[in-house]
Design a protein around this ligand. Structure first.
Ligand SMILES: Cc1cc2nc3c(=O)[nH]c(=O)nc-3n(C[C@H](O)[C@H](O)[C@H](O)COP(=O)(O)OP(=O)(O)OC[C@H]3O[C@@H](n4cnc5c(N)ncnc54)[C@H](O)[C@@H]3O)c2cc1C
Ligand code: SF4
Length: 610
C-alpha cells in the first residue's frame, strides 16, 4: 500500500506496519475481526487469478488505481478498509511523521503545566466484591457527574469502570497502542448499514471525555423545548444552573482566534466572507494552544476530562472507583435492582467474578452502547432499549490550500459555523491527526503517499447532522454489541447540502480544491459546486463517521420510551440511567455538556428519594 516515495519510507521494508496493525486488530471486537477477515480475503483475491500479496509493486499500484477509479461501491469500500488499516499503522511511525513534519506538542499558552488533579484513591477491585448505597456503572460524562453529585449528597457511592485508568503520566505514547487501550473495540465500533459508519467510543476511566475534542455547547433551546413538550422531559428548560456549574468546573473558555491555529482561522475567514454566522468554539482545556492530538488522551491533561475533574471530586466526597471491572448482569430481587455481577480484569489477566450489592439504587451510565448492552444482557427494560440510536453522522470535508495550514499546530476543534442550523447542520473546523485523517486523502499507493506528504496544506471541516435517521443496538452473537444505522434519503440529501456548504467555506477562504469524500466525485474545483448540488447521492455513496451516539434508553412515555423523566427504567425499581442514552432525539450539538446536565438532574432526584 505504501511503496515509499520522495523520502517517505516504504512500508514493511523500512517501517514495520503489518506487525503493529496485527497486534492492534487483536483489540477489536470478534465480530469486527470476522468481517475484516472476510474483507481482506476478498481484497486479496479480487485480482484473480493473481493474489494481491503476490503482485509486484508495479502490479499492486495498478490494482489499487483500478479500485480507486472503479464505479463499484464494493471496490471503494475495500480500498477504504485497506487504507484505514494501512494508514493507522504507517502514519504513526516516527520516520513518516518526521518526513511530513507532523508533531504532537501539547502545551499551555504560558508554557506551564496544568496543576495536578486530585487523586482517584485505590482503583483496584479487591476480594470478591463490595457493598455501597448507590452503584454507578460507567465513569464517563454521565457516570462521573452522577457519582460526584450523589457522593456530595452524603451517599456511599461505588463506581465501576470497564476500562483502565490513564492520565498524563501514563497515556501510551504509541498512538496505535493508545487507540487499542483507550477505546472500546480499539475504536472500530461500526454501525452496520449503507454506508457502514464507524462510531468510536472510549473505554477508560473518565469515559469518552478522555479522548474527545473538548468542545462545549449547551443544547439549543428549541431542542430542549421539544423534549419538554413532546417527550415528557419536564425539567428540560431548567438546566441553566447545571450547565453553568459544569462550565465552571470544567473551566470552559471560548478560544481566542489568535491561538486557534490556521485550520480554524481559515474556516473563520471563509465563513466571514460568506456572511455565515459562527464563532470560536468554547472548550474545557483552558489556555491550551495546540496540537490536535486530543483523541489519544491529552499529554498534559489540559483538557478537563472526567478523570481530572468530576471523578476526583466524587472521590474527595467519599466515592470509591474501581477500574477494569465490567458489569455483566444486573441483579434484581423482587422487581428491585440490588447490584451487579461483574468481571474484574484490572491487569489484562483473564479476570474473576466480582459482585457489588447496592442498598439504595443502581445507576447505569455505560454510554449509548454500554447501557443498552447491559440492560439487554440482564433482560431488563422494554422494547425501547437499544432502539432510537442517533449518532450525528458526520463527514470530513478536506481542502487543499496553497499556503501551509499545519493543522496540528492548532487546537483540534476550533471554529463553528451554525448558519445552516435550521437545516440541522453544524460545521466545525476540526483537524484530524494524520493517523485518522490520512485515510480520507485521495489516491492509493504512490498517489496516496504524495497526498500524505502534502498533509500540511490540508484544512478540514467536519459537517455534523442533527439526524432524524435512526439505528439500533442489540447483542452480537459473539458477545459485545451489534449496532446498525439506516441513513434515510432525506438525511443523505441534507448531508450533501452540508458538504456543499463546507466546500463553499473552504473556497471562500482560498482553497484550491475540496475533497467531499464521495468516490464518484473525487475532487471539487471552485466552479464545480453547482453541478455537485444538482447531483443526488444515494446514502451508501457518502463516507461518514460519527462521534455522538445517543438515545438508546430514551426518556419518553411508557409506550415509547425506556425511562421516565427521573431517569428510572420502566419496570424495575431503584434502577436508573444517567448518560447519553437518555436523549429522546438527536441533540444537534456536541453532547457532553447536555449529558452532564442530565446526569446532575437524575442524580439529584435519586439523592432526594434514596
Ligand atoms: C473522538 C470523539 C470526540 C468527541 N468530541 C466531543 C466534543 O468535543 N464535545 C462533546 O460535547 N462531545 C464530544 N464527544 C462525545 C462525548 O464525549 C460523549 O457524548 C459523552 O462522553 C457521552 O457520555 P456518556 O456518559 O454517555 O458515555 P461515555 O463518556 O462514553 O462513558 C461511558 C463509560 O462507561 C463504561 N462502561 C460501559 N459499559 C460498562 C459496563 N458494563 N461496566 C463498566 N463500565 C462500562 C465505558 O467503558 C465508558 O468509560 C466526542 C466523542 C468522540 C468519540
Ligand atoms: S489540543 Fe487537545 S491534546 Fe492538545 S493540548 Fe489541547 S486539549 Fe491537549
Amino acid at each position: 500500500m505504501a511503496p515509499g516515495v520522495d523520502g517517505l519510507p516504504a512500508a514493511e521494508r523500512e517501517v514495520d506496519v503489518s506487525g503493529p496493525v496485527a497486534e492492534f486488530v487483536r483489540a477489536t471486537s470478534p465480530s469486527f475481526r470476522n468481517q475484516l477477515r472476510l474483507g481482506l480475503r476478498v481484497f486479496e483475491w479480487l485480482p484473480f487469478p493473481w493474489r494481491f500479496s503476490r503482485l509486484s509493486p508495479e502490479q499492486a499500484e495498478e490494482y489499487l488505481r483500478k479500485l480507486e477509479g472503479s464505479r463499484l461501491s464494493l471496490h471503494h469500500d475495500l480500498l477504504l478498509m485497506a487504507k484505514i488499516l494501512a494508514t493507522l499503522g504507517y502514519a504513526v511511525t516516527a520516520p513518516v511523521q518526521a518526513r511530513i513534519g507532523f508533531e504532537v506538542r501539547c502545551g499551555l499558552a504560558d508554557g506551564t503545566l496544568p496543576e495536578p488533579a486530585g487523586g482517584l484513591g485505590d482503583t483496584e477491585p479487591r476480594g470478591e466484591g463490595e457493598e455501597c448505597d448507590v452503584l454507578v456503572i460507567g465513569s464517563g460524562a454521565g457516570g462521573a457527574v452522577a457519582a460526584a453529585e450523589l457522593a456530595e449528597a452524603g451517599l456511599d457511592v461505588l463506581v465501576l469502570e470497564a476500562g483502565r485508568h490513564y492520565d498524563r503520566d501514563s497515556y501510551p505514547s504509541d498512538h496505535l497502542e493508545a487507540i487499542a487501550e483507550l477505546y472500546r473495540d480499539a475504536g472500530l465500533t461500526i454501525a452496520a448499514g449503507k454506508p457502514p459508519i464507524p462510531v468510536p467510543v472510549a473505554k477508560v476511566v473518565g469515559g469518552t471525555t478522555v479522548i474527545n475534542s473538548g468542545t462545549c455547547f449547551r443544547a439549543p433551546r428549541e431542542v430542549l423545548e421539544r423534549w419538554r413538550r413532546e417527550h415528557g422531559v419536564e425539567w428540560a428548560l431548567e438546566l441553566a444552573a447545571d450547565y453553568a456549574e459544569a462550565e465552571h468546573t470544567l473551566r470552559v473558555t471560548p478560544l481566542d482566534p489568535e491561538r486557534m491555529g490556521r485550520n480554524g482561522q481559515l474556516a473563520m475567514e471563509g465563513a466571514a466572507a460568506l456572511g455565515a454566522s459562527g464563532g470560536p468554539i468554547a472548550r474545557n482545556a483552558g489556555s491550551c494552544v495546540q496540537c490536535s492530538s486530543c483523541p489519544f488522551g491529552c499529554e498534559i491533561d489540559a483538557k478537563r476530562g472526567m478523570h481530572v475533574s468530576y471523578l476526583p471530586r466524587a472521590v474527595a466526597a467519599g466515592a470509591r472507583l474501581r477500574a477494569g471491572v465490567e458489569a455483566r448482569r444486573l441483579l434484581v430481587e423482587d422487581g428491585r435492582a440490588v447490584g451487579v455481577a461483574a468481571r474484574a480484569a484490572p491487569n489484562r489477566r483473564p479476570g474473576r467474578d466480582y459482585t457489588v450489592r447496592a442498598r439504595r439504587a443502581v445507576v447505569v451510565a455505560g454510554g449509548a452502547f454500554g447501557t443498552p448492552e447491559l440492560l439487554q444482557r440482564s433482560g431488563l427494560g422494554g422494547g425501547a432499549v437499544g432502539r432510537n440510536l442517533h449518532i450525528h453522522p458526520a463527514c470530513w470535508v478536506g481542502a487543499r490550500y496553497a499556503e501551509e495550514v499545519r493543522g496540528w499546530d492548532g487546537v483540534m476543534q476550533s471554529y463553528y459555523v451554525d448558519q445552516w442550523e435550521p437545516q440541522g447542520l453544524l460545521l466545525e473546523a476540526t483537524f484530524t491527526p494524520l493517523a485518522f485523517g490520512g485515510a480520507w486523502l485521495l489516491g492509493a499507493g504512490v498517489d496516496h503517499q504524495r497526498a500524505m506528504l502534502d498533509f500540511g496544506h490540508v484544512g478540514s471541516i467536519g459537517v455534523h447532522l442533527c439526524d432524524r435517521s435512526a439505528g439500533r443496538v442489540g447483542l452480537g452473537p459473539e458477545g459485545g454489541i451489534r449496532a446498525s444505522y439506516k441513513l434515510t434519503r432525506d438525511d443523505a440529501d441534507r448531508l450533501a447540502f452540508g458538504i456543499a456548504r463546507a466546500a463553499e467555506v473552504h473556497f471562500a477562504a482560498g482553497a484550491t480544491e475540496v475533497y467531499p469524500n464521495i468516490p464518484r466525485v473525487g475532487t471539487l474545483k471552485p466552479g464545480d459546486l453547482a453541478t455537485f448540488e444538482a447531483t443526488r447521492f444515494k446514502p451508501g455513496e457518502l463516507r461518514l463517521e460519527a462521534f455522538h451516539p445517543m438515545g438508546t434508553a430514551r426518556i419518553g412515555a411508557e409506550d415509547e420510551g425506556a425511562c421516565a423523566a427521573d431517569g428510572s427504567l420502566y419496570g424495575t425499581e431503584a434502577l436508573y440511567v444517567a448518560d447519553a442514552s437518555l436523549f429522546p432525539t438527536s441533540v444537534g450539538v456536541n453532547p457532553m455538556m447536555t449529558v452532564i446536565a442530565f446526569a446532575k438532574q437524575i442524580a439529584r432526584g435519586i439523592a432526594e428519594s434514596a
